[in-house]
Design a protein around this ligand. Structure first.
Ligand code: RIB
Length: 325
C-alpha cells in the first residue's frame, strides 16, 4: 500500500462568488448574467482539499472570521478530512471572499477574472505560526501561496528549511520583490504563464497550440538567476514544464479537455503533484498525474466540488491508454 503523506498547507480560505456571463458590461451598462454560484475556495483550501482527496493526510492553517462564510469554509474542508484543528480566527473581521467573473462566450475559450477580498486571510501574524518551529518536522511537504502575508510565509519557509522539509510556493498573486533568503529556501516555485511573465518579462508564445520551448527555458533561466531552484511552470492546455536543478521534464496535458471552468485548475495540479511526489512517484509520473487531475477540475463547474479523487484521475489516465499504477 502507498504511504499516506503528511502535507501542511498554510494559506487562504475564500468564499468564492462566481458570476457566469456571456458578456462583460461596458461602463454604465448592465447585462443579464447567466448564473451565480457561491462556493468555498481560496488557494489554500483548494490545494488542501485536492491533496486530501488524493489520499494525503492534510493539515490546513489559515485564518477565518467568526461569520457564516468562515463556518462554511471550515466545514467544507473538514468534510474532506482536512485537519483544521490549528485554524486561526479573526474575532471581529470578516472571512475572505472573492468575486469571480467566468466569461462564457460561445465558441471561445472560457476565461475567468478574480477579485479577492482578503479579509481575515491577510490578518495572520507570524507569531501565530511560531508553534511550527518544531511541529513542522512532522510533515513531508509544505504548500504555500501568496494570499496570506509574506511574513507568515517567510516564517514557515525558515522553519521548513531548518527541518529539511520541502516547500512548494504558488506565486499568486505575484509579489515582485521577494527576499533572496526566502527564494533560496523554496524547493519548488510553480507559476503559470502569466505569473512567469510578471516575474521575468518573458512571454511564452504558441504556434498551432505548441508552446515555444526556448522561450520557456529563457524564463526558467531568469528565474534561476534570481535564486529559484526548481521551476514548475503550468502551461494550461500545453501541460507542465519542470525545470529542475538536475534536469528538465515536460509532460503534455490530458488530451481533449473541454474547459467548463478554469478556476482552481492550478490548485488541483499542485495538490496532486505534491501528493504524488510525497507518495514516491518520480517527478515525471507526478507531473502526468497532476495534469490529468487538473484536466478533470477544469472540465467541471465549481471550485472545491470540481476537484477529483484518485479513482477519477486513474480512470481518465486509463481512458487515454495510460496505466498509472
Ligand atoms: O485558484 C483559485 C482560487 O483563487 C479561487 O478559489 C479564489 O478564491 C482565489 O483565491
Amino acid at each position: 500500500m502507498e504511504r499516506k503523506p503528511k502535507i501542511l498547507v498554510i494559506g487562504s480560505l475564500v468564499m468564492d462568488q462566481i458570476v457566469i456571463t456571456k458578456e462583460i458590461p461596458q461602463e454604465g451598462r448592465r447585462v443579464f448574467a447567466e448564473d451565480f454560484v457561491k462556493t468555498p475556495g481560496g488557494k489554500g483550501a483548494n490545494q488542501a482539499v485536492q491533496a486530501a482527496r488524493l489520499g494525503a493526510d492534510v493539515t490546513l492553517i489559515g485564518k477565518v472570521g467568526r461569520d457564516i462564510n468562515g463556518e462554511e469554509l471550515l466545514q467544507a474542508c473538514q468534510e474532506e478530512g482536512v485537519d483544521t484543528s490549528k485554524m486561526l480566527y479573526d474575532e471581529d473581521g470578516a472571512s475572505g471572499c472573492a468575486v469571480i467573473i467566468l466569461e462564457k462566450v460561445p465558441g471561445e475559450r472560457r476565461r475567468n477574472r478574480i477579485f479577492v477580498i482578503s479579509g481575515s486571510n491577510m490578518k495572520i501574524r507570524p507569531e501565530e505560526v511560531e508553534f511550527l518551529k518544531e511541529d513542522i518536522s512532522r510533515y513531508d511537504m509544505v504548500m504555500l501561496q501568496n494570499e496570506i502575508p509574506l511574513e507568515v510565509n517567510e516564517t514557515a519557509v525558515r522553519f521548513a528549511c531548518e527541518k529539511g522539509v520541502p516547500v512548494m510556493l504558488k506565486p499568486a498573486p505575484v509579489i515582485r520583490r521577494l527576499p533572496r533568503e526566502f527564494i533560496r529556501h523554496l524547493t519548488y516555485i510553480a507559476p503559470n504563464e502569466q505569473e512567469l511573465r510578471a516575474m521575468t518579462g518573458v512571454i511564452i508564445n504558441r504556434k498551432r497550440g505548441i508552446f515555444n520551448y526556448e522561450e520557456a527555458k529563457v524564463a526558467s533561466a531568469i528565474m534561476r538567476s534570481k535564486g529559484y531552484a526548481n521551476i514548475l511552470t503550468t502551461l494550461g492546455e500545453s501541460g507542465a514544464l519542470l525545470d529542475a536543478t538536475d534536469k528538465t521534464i515536460y509532460k503534455k496535458a490530458a488530451p481533449n479537455t473541454e474547459v467548463v471552468d478554469p478556476t482552481a485548475g492550478s490548485d488541483s495540479f499542485l495538490g496532486a503533484f505534491c501528493t504524488r511526489i510525497c507518495m514516491g512517484d518520480s517527478r515525471g509520473q507526478a507531473l502526468t498525474f497532476a495534469n490529468y487531475a487538473a484536466a478533470i477540475t477544469i472540465s467541471r463547474m465549481g471550485v472545491l466540488s470540481s476537484l477529483p479523487t484518485t479513482e477519477e484521475v486513474v480512470k481518465l489516465l486509463e481512458a487515454n491508454g495510460r496505466s498509472y499504477f
